[in-house]
Write a protein that binds this ligand. Structure first.
Ligand code: IMP
Ligand code: MG
Length: 175
């Protein structure tokens, strides 16, 4: 079986939307420093592009989590594979994710981060698949709402491939 990628959101569209998000975030955090937390690996491409467009002071940290037990469906319990380097107590934290799907991973992660007493905690996702949601997650900034389809590129992978595509594409399988 071979696969091909059909463009869903072009590089130009994604870049333009990230610039808008950067402007919005810079306005909302005016006079403050924003502490971005990138959820690895998927959020890394988006976070770099977003950070470059934020005009208030930015600090960064990285976290890697995986869903316990799940194969294709996340389970709702998370395993921390790499924790943050620094405390988030008293910081204005903005979690940067590639995609919110069922919402299980994010709702679990946000609960865990809230216990660490940040001054504020918000979520920014490049993509959102609202049709797939099973758990309530409050998304503060969304790049694009997309239909229930498996996408790759801009950090998102299929079998660890395609993260480096500069656009968002849909995987199509041919036999
Ligand atoms: P959930 O919201 O807990 O179901 O899981 C979200 C995670 O599943 C994301 O952070 C991605 O790593 C992965 N994921 C969900 N949908 C897609 C997709 O369309 N392409 C690639 N990865 C996806
Ligand atoms: Mg992710």
């Amino acid at each position: 079986m071979s696969e091909c990628i059909k463009v869903l959101l072009s590089e130009k569209d994604v870049d333009a939307r990230i610039s808008e998000l950067g402007r919005q975030i810079s306005e909302d955090y005016a006079g403050r420093q924003v502490h971005l937390i990138c959820v690895l690996k998927g959020g890394s491409f988006f976070m770099c592009e977003l950070a470059k467009r934020i005009t208030v002071p930015v600090s960064l940290d990285f976290m890697s989590v995986s869903s316990y037990g799940g194969n294709t469906e996340s389970s709702g319990e998370i395993l921390i594979k790499k924790d943050l380097d620094e405390s988030i107590a008293g910081k204005d934290v903005l979690v940067v994710e590639d995609i919110v799907d069922s919402g299980r991973t994010l709702s679990c992660l946000l609960k865990l981060l809230l216990e660490r007493k940040p001054s504020s905690l918000r979520l920014c996702t490049l993509l959102d698949k609202p049709e797939r949601r099973v758990t309530d997650v409050n998304v503060d900034y969304t790049g694009f709402r997309i239909p229930d389809t498996f996408v790759v590129g801009y950090g998102l992978d299929y079998d660890q491939k395609y993260r480096n595509l500069p656009y968002i594409g849909v995987v199509e399988f041919n036999d």
